[in-house]
Ligand binder design. Structure first.
Ligand code: BGC
Length: 528
């Protein structure tokens, strides 16, 4: 039971991947039709952001019914067929469990706001809007307070995200039961796990900032106990955007989540790259806490949200904004709404370098759909929609995403000269050995062949050269040395000796003579 420790995850938006019924919106039929592609690419587990009933004011993270499928995306039977087909190809699938809050359109909230409702206590109410002032506002671009007034209820309700997303009251055992029912529903249906969305904010307490409270951890332990007892092969992934010492608490003593996204290491990756100096990355690596036996970090470069800078210092955030988001439209809340390729100026060397590190640091990598072909973004779209545009399959009018008229697409295709489907698509890259897509497929294949990447031990190898990151992953008798050059000039690697086989470019290497080109990286399998 640790499949997730060696797995490569792939976040795929049902809405934006492939449209099977020509209405301009991706759906389960479309996603199912692309499973062969995902199997070919070589990923192991798909993560589907919310596909449930929802007014879709927050990309589906505003759920109005946890046990039904948004009609745009298909039916429950379509979901079942998709899961069956994925499993038939050896692919696993996880869903999002978004239970910190519901949509205000959820029947629970509609009942709760009625005077005298027995459901009143399912949400968090107050007569005033000044309780818990220490809790920060997360969506600062749109919200001024974590409280909103509800006319029908005649009271304020608590919301950590958008004001149309009232927080559930986890002090109410009925809420906890209802949430556990949702967990059972999707795992019984065949999903292999759940991503626990916005998990640090379940419970509120006076005199605290309401993040990471012990009572929140208790709820996660309850969920984990149900999973262990009834779905022992399923994985729980914590989305806790917190500093390292707080994130690690979501593993518990091996009795909370099996995985946590490694938020703290992500900004330093980008900082080190642009500075040509690995000090910040090395600090983040060295400060990564140990995790319980059998658990795993979830590593990522990008996802459907802004590249979050909430947890870095104000100076680091300003620097990141200057370097990676020079135009105001590129910024969103305390982050950056851009995709991987445009962030890195479309530079293959930088894209390969960051992906090479992503795939070899301890943890299981999460790729984001479209990044394997270097898709672009559209900063002029609303909120984070600019990184959620339709997948570019080919050069046809609808990019192979949909046969509908393009002006009916739920989001427009990228149409910039450098990133439009005429230039960036699966069809243009598949079969071209020099393409990013084929490169990605090759490194995923290599990673799969060497267990050391997933579950091997990790040892950082010290070097005086701050442009370099050098480490060794070892499993049994197999040992892989990873060397990466973050500078834009060639660098000589010191501190490693012996001979090895270069897994990336092929050939034998004498480690003592090793020189890396600008922004180069290598996986070197030590000869035994
Ligand atoms: C999701 C976001 C969403 C937020 C509120 C997050 O952490 O990743 O996309 O907007 O939760 O639900």
């Amino acid at each position: 039971m640790s499949w997730f420790r060696n797995a490569v995850f792939y976040e795929v938006s049902v809405r934006s991947f492939c449209d099977s019924n020509a209405d301009g919106i991706g759906d389960f039929g479309g996603l199912t039709s692309k499973l062969n592609y995902l199997q070919w690419l070589g990923v192991d587990c798909l993560w589907l952001p919310p596909f449930f009933a929802s007014p879709l004011k927050d990309g589906g993270y505003d759920v109005s019914d946890y046990e039904s499928v948004h009609p745009d995306f298909g039916t429950l039977d379509d979901v079942k067929a998709f899961v069956t087909e994925a499993h038939a190809r050896g692919l696993r699938v996880i869903a999002d469990l978004v239970v910190n809050h519901t949509s205000s359109e959820h029947a629970w909230f509609q009942e709760a706001r009625q005077p005298g409702s027995p459901k009143r206590d399912w949400y968090v109410w107050s007569d005033t809007d000044d309780r818990w002032p220490e809790a920060r506002v997360i969506f600062i671009d749109t919200e001024e307070s974590n409280w909103a007034w509800d006319e029908v209820a005649g009271a304020y309700y608590w919301h950590r995200f958008f004001s149309h997303q009232p927080d559930l009251n986890f002090d109410n055992p009925e809420v906890v039961e209802a949430v556990i029912d949702v967990v059972r529903f999707w795992l019984q249906l065949g999903f292999d796990g759940l991503r626990l969305d916005a998990i640090p904010y379940l419970v509120e307490r006076d005199g605290t900032n309401c993040d990471n409270l012990p009572e929140t951890h208790d709820i996660i332990k309850l969920i984990r106990a149900v999973v262990d007892a009834e779905f022992p092969d399923a994985v729980l992934v914590a989305e806790a955007n917190q500093i390292a010492t707080d994130v690690v608490e979501y593993f518990g003593d091996g009795d909370e989540c099996h995985m946590c996204y490694h938020f703290p290491i992500m900004p330093p990756l980008y900082m080190s790259l642009r500075r040509g100096d690995t000090d910040k990355l090395i600090k983040a690596i060295d400060e990564t806490p140990d995790i319980p036996e059998g658990s795993q970090w979830g590593m990522f470069l990008r996802n459907h949200d802004e590249l979050t800078l909430e947890m870095v210092t104000p100076e680091e955030r300003d620097w990141m904004w200057q370097e990676y988001a020079p135009e105001p439209r590129m910024r969103s809340n305390l982050g950056i709404r851009r995709r991987l390729s445009p962030l890195l100026n479309g530079d293959r060397r930088q894209i390969e370098l960051l992906n090479g590190i992503l795939l070899s640091l301890p943890g299981s990598p999460f790729l984001y759909y479209g990044d394997e072909i270097g898709m672009g973004d559209n900063i002029w779209l609303n909120d984070r929609d600019g990184v959620r545009t339709p997948m570019q399959w080919d050069q046809s009018v609808g990019a192979g995403f949909s046969a509908a008229a393009t002006d009916t697409f739920h989001l427009p295709l990228i149409d910039s000269p450098a990133y439009g489907p005429a230039v960036v698509s699966v069809a243009a890259q598949q079969g071209d050995a020099a393409s990013l897509l084929e490169w990605t497929r090759r490194v995923l294949d290599l990673r799969r062949r060497h267990e050391a990447f997933g579950t091997g031990s990790f040892e950082r190898i010290g070097t005086d050269n701050r442009a370099l990151l050098v480490f060794e992953r070892t499993s049994g008798t197999e040992s892989i040395i990873v060397v990466a050059n973050f500078s834009d000039g060639p660098q000589r690697v010191e501190g490693v000796v012996g001979s090895a086989t270069d897994l990336i470019v092929g050939g034998a290497v004498q480690l003592a003579d090793l020189e890396l080109p600008a922004l180069g990286f290598r996986w070197l399998l030590r000869d035994v």
